[in-house]
Structure formats: C-alpha cells, structure tokens
Design a protein around this ligand. Structure first.
Ligand SMILES: Cc1ncc(COP(=O)(O)O)c(C=O)c1O
Length: 348
C-alpha cells in the first residue's frame, strides 16, 4: 500500500552538498554557518538580529529568561497549541495562563486574551497557528511584551510585514517537519540588541567569567548549512504549499464546504491545512486503513492537560478539526487520494 505521511521534509542534492561540505571542512560545531544562518533569517524577517538555538522550545525558554520572567509571573498563551509553550513557561517557574481561540482562524482570541491580562502578566506568547498570522497588531498594542511564535509561520505576513517583526522577540523552529528544517533547531529574532545579547550569552556555558545558570542550546554548523540550503528555497517551498492549498480550497468550494479562513490583510503559508468534520475519529480511522495520515492539528488542548474548563472555542476546534497532509513534495495525485477518502466525513 502506498502511504501518504502527514509531513515530509523537502531535501535534495543541494542540502546533501551543503551538509557534505561542512562534514569535509571538519568544522562541525557552532561557527560561520550558524552566523550566516542567523543573519539570513534576521534579514528575511526584517529585524536587527537573530540567535540560533537547538530547538523552538529552547528559543522560547531563552526568550522568557531574556525578558527576566520568573517565579510567580504570569504568561498568557492560547490553549490550542502544543505543550512546548507550557513547558517553557514552567522552566522559568512562571504561571501559564490560558486564553481561548478565535473560532474561524484558530489563533488566540484578542478579547479573551484581554480578559486574562492582569498586573502579574509579564508576557504573551502569540503563536501564528498553522501558518496564518494572529491579530498581532492589536495584541502588541496592549503594551505587554509579546513573544511571537513563528514555529509554524515562517515568512507569513500581516499587512505586508513578516510575522516575527512585530513582537519584542520572535521564535522559530526548524524541527524536521517544519517549513524549513535542520532536523532539530530554532532561532530567536529581535530588534533589541540587549535581549539578543542575553540570549547569546545563555545558550552557551563555556568560558564565562561569572557563575550563573547557562545552557547548552547551541545549533551546529552541520544543521545551519542544512538550514541555509532550505532558506534559499523558501519562496518555492511556500509557493508549492499555497498551490496545494488552492487545490484543497477548490474541492471544498465545489462541495459547498468552508475553506480555512484567511483575513484579507494576511498571507497564509499553509503549514497545516485544517478542515472541519463532525466525524474526526472516523476520518482518522479511515485514513489509517487507506494509508493516509490525517491528524488532529493539535494533539490535545492545553486546558485538558491542566484539567480546567472555560475554553469553548478551543474545545470546538479540538472536537471538529482534522489536518490534511500538505507539504511541498506532495503530488497532485496524492491530493486527489486524500480528498477522495476524506469526502464522506466532511461536514455538510
Ligand atoms: C507553535 C509552536 N511553538 C513551538 C514549538 C516547539 O518547537 P520545537 O519542537 O523545535 O521545540 C512548536 C513545535 O512543534 C510549535 O508548533
């Protein structure tokens, strides 16, 4: 049986050549390639600088530390996201405060977020979910420091400006299935030199004059060479994602079903293509039998882990959404197979 995985990296001879060249150079650890990767990402996002780290989670952790967030401070995040955000907040002993999401966009709901902000709120982490920018301008206007989480939204944009150029800091992930990959990897980007210097200091423990808690969160030149090769292809990678999304959109329109929302002031990069169905379990099971990896877009909402209630839109999204495979190497024929098996379970 031909399997269609949910995600697949797009790697060809250019990545192989770039990584091979680093292997042959003998300089494998953090060096020139990492520096180049940092500068390339910062200029792509249009910010002053960037610091490469070993994962998106490490990027979140060091961002919270750079903002001097610690014990008892509150950090607001949406409930409909992976536990990496929750973990990073707990690493610094801060208190996670969950907000509900917008029903249409699956991004953090601005009004609910506003209700959850208190005197103790020291930051908001705003993920741009599934490749669609959140209401970032409105959120930044609250005046609370914003960490933009661009793990799923590299080079998406809001009013023409790249995601990651609005917050005090922005974080990226280059995990194997992300928009561009380095296997594992991450980055923090910002305009503020002081914040970037703190992060650069904290990611590496060696040869420091003073005694403080530091980490080994470095990226290697091997990974950065892979990342740079991927970054050169980014316009093509995103172009293919959008072309695939148009095929899905067209199918949904023909069947009088709603396509994923994208407000006119934003550019979606379709990291995930999320549809609604009243038969999530049935669709996942049918995919299993047909060799197609349909998935829940979020494995489990964070309020379920915390055992709390009060997140009706997150709950609805959890109960009635499925993520269809979407990645640049997906063939048009595979799209047809994915839709053919999904069609009986789509909401009418
Ligand atoms: C929105 C979001 N933030 C952060 C992360 C964490 O990134 P990493 O897996 O590189 O630690 C992910 C990873 O899937 C993510 O989707």
């Amino acid at each position: 049986m031909q399997m269609i995985p949910h995600s697949r990296p797009t790697i060809d001879h250019e990545e192989v050549a770039a990584v091979t060249a680093v292997l042959e150079s003998g300089q494998l650890d953090q060096g020139e390639q990492v520096l180049d990767f940092e500068q390339s990402l910062a200029s792509l996002i249009g910010v002053g600088g960037a610091v490469a780290v070993s994962s998106g989670t490490a990027a979140l952790h060091l961002s919270l530390l750079a903002l001097e967030i610690g014990e008892g401070d509150e950090v607001v995040i949406p409930s409909f996201v992976c536990p990496a955000l929750l973990n990073a907040i707990r690493y610094v002993r801060a208190v996670p405060v969950l907000a509900d999401i917008d029903r249409e966009t699956f991004n953090i709901d601005v009004r609910d977020l506003k209700r959850r902000v208190t005197r103790k709120t020291k930051a908001v982490i705003v993920p741009h979910m599934f490749g669609l920018p959140a209401d970032i301008r409105e959120i930044v206007a609250f005046g609370v420091p914003v960490i933009e989480d661009c793990a799923q939204a590299l080079r998406s944009s809001y009013e023409g400006a790249p995601s990651g150029s609005f917050g005090a800091l922005s974080v990226f992930s280059f995990y194997a299935t992300k928009v561009i990959c380095t296997g594992e990897g991450g980055m923090v980007a910002a305009n503020n030199r002081q914040l970037l210097d703190r992060i650069r200091d904290l990611r590496d423990y060696d040869e420091k004059a003073d005694d403080r808690l530091r980490y080994n969160y470095k990226l290697t030149d091997l990974q950065a060479a892979l990342g740079l090769a991927q970054l050169r292809k980014l316009p093509a990678l995103i172009g293919r994602r959008r072309a695939l999304a148009r095929q899905y959109d067209e199918f949904l329109r023909e069947n009088l079903l709603p396509a994923p929302a994208c407000p006119p002031d934003r550019d979606h990069i379709y990291y995930r293509y999320v549809i609604r169905t009243k038969q999530v379990a049935e669709l996942l099971a049918a995919g299993g039998e047909a060799g197609i990896a349909y998935r829940r877009p979020v494995f489990k909402p964070l309020h379920h882990y915390l055992g709390i209630t009060g997140y009706p839109q997150t709950e609805a999204a959890f109960i009635e959404t499925v993520s269809l495979p979407i990645y640049p190497s997906l063939h048009d024929e595979e799209i047809k197979t994915i839709l053919q098996h999904a069609q009986p379970f789509l909401m009418r």
